[in-house]
Design a binder for this molecule. Structure first.
Ligand code: ACO
Length: 373
């Protein structure tokens, strides 16, 4: 039997820390108390000059390092994001180039906040079927670029960030089961209308184009039901009993959603991991960042059963049950800045050479064509 196991993990958030009080200072009609009690969020990190690919790159490099994998041995890069650097090419293709993953296919996947768990399920499937041996799965988003900073009901909720894991082929159980789902009838509850200059697709006025809009209370109610159902499904499919679940990592959107979900499941709160307080809702990055911090905090040991459950715009949802690998170290050392810098430079040199080679070939081809004329 061939399994997919998480062998490395990484995360990165921008350096600009924005505490709840900052919104009040900027004149928004809100308070630290309201935000903290209604959501559990105290602060978030917001990107300045860094793009989604910049954040994703740092998380990916760390995950590769922790897993001891060379970028050239990666078969596939799946990048879950709803805030790509541009419409095309995919942000995953930029990562493929910047890490030097010369043997990898690369694509983006958009299932909003549920994207990382979707991508994890897809990546595991590729390994289990024998089509790939090592898959780099990234969740990265910069929802701050779509926030209306005058809309207190949305702008206080989100933060930017990236998280990544390396999935490797293994004889030991890793990913045990997964489920994905979607209810497009709820698509209008959480949207970022496309910023396409000539788009008539969704009837939104140009004023609203590009901004995130959300029906918070409806999403709240739906999320508490859906995350619990999805989690139950993978627990059952894995042949586990609820009491055998060692750690539950839900999408980090709102502490109250997480607590209600745990209650519905019948899981004690000690088994629920949450770091929404520090990062806000980082969309597709939320679960890999939480997983990273759970490892760093010593909350996972070899053989532990972990359940990830997520929800997002779509409305989409996904859950995964996994067994934490026995060979995976309980703690990991931070990425050595020197070695990361060296590998990044080598990838940059390779990329420059490839571009120059392509330019030279194009020039020669043009000359030959002209000579032929
Ligand atoms: N500060 C102060 N007051 C606020 C704020 C704020 N930041 N935001 C809203 N309010 C006010 C509202 O205006 C309203 O006032 P009113 O009663 O005078 O009209 C009051 O607070 C209650 O508003 P509700 O929206 O009913 O508040 P609720 O308790 O539902 O909390 C929240 C709102 C936090 C948005 C909650 O509904 C929620 O978390 N929903 C889920 C959202 C979510 O998870 N989204 C991410 C999905 S993942 C993805 O794909 C991106």
């Amino acid at each position: 039997m061939r399994y997919a196991q998480i062998a490395g993990w990484g995360m990165h958030v921008p350096s600009r820390l924005v505490k709840n009080e900052r919104f009040v200072e900027l004149g928004l009609d809100t308070s630290d108390e309201w935000i903290a009690t209604r959501t559990g969020i105290r602060q978030r990190y917001i990107a300045g000059n860094e793009s989604t690919s910049d954040l994703a790159l740092r998380a990916a490099q760390e995950a590769l390092y922790v897993s001891g994998t060379h970028a050239r041995d990666i078969d596939l890069i799946l990048l879950a994001t709803c805030t790509p650097d541009q419409v095309m090419p995919s942000t995953a293709s930029l990562i493929q180039d910047r890490i030097g993953a010369t043997g990898a296919g690369a694509m983006d996947l958009n299932a909003a906040c549920a994207g990382f768990v979707y991508a994890l399920a897809m990546g595991a499937g590729q390994i289990e079927s024998g089509r790939a041996r090592q898959v780099l799965v990234i969740g990265a988003d910069e929802l701050s670029t779509h926030l209306n900073w005058r809309d207190r009901s949305t702008c206080v909720l989100f933060g930017d960030g990236a998280g990544a894991v390396v999935l490797k082929e293994s004889d030991e159980p890793g990913i045990l089961s997964s489920t994905t789902g979607c209810d497009g009838a709820g698509a209008d509850l959480l949207m970022i209308p496309a910023a396409r200059p000539n788009s008539r697709a969704n009837g939104h006025s140009p004023k609203g184009v590009g901004y995130l809009t959300m029906n918070g209370p409806q999403i709240f109610r739906w999320a508490t039901q859906m995350m619990a159902k999805a989690a139950e499904k993978v627990i059952t499919a894995s042949g586990l009993k609820l009491e055998q679940v060692d750690l539950f990592i839900p999408h980090q959107a709102n502490l109250r959603i997480m607590e209600t979900t745990a209650k519905r499941l019948g899981l004690p709160l000690e088994k629920v991991f949450s770091n929404v307080r520090q990062y806000g809702n980082t969309s597709a990055a939320s679960i890999p960042i939480a997983l990273y911090e759970a490892v760093a905090a010593g909350r996972l040991k070899g053989g532990d059963n972990v359940v990830l459950s997520s929800f997002g715009a779509g409305l989409s949802w996904a859950a995964v049950a996994l067994r934490w690998g026995a060979n995976v170290p309980a703690q990991h050392t931070r990425w050595s800045p020197l070695r990361r810098e060296l590998e990044a430079r080598m990838a940059a040199v390779r990329s420059t050479l490839r571009r120059q080679e392509r330019a030279v070939r194009a020039t020669i081809g043009e000359r030959l064509r002209r000579d032929g004329d």
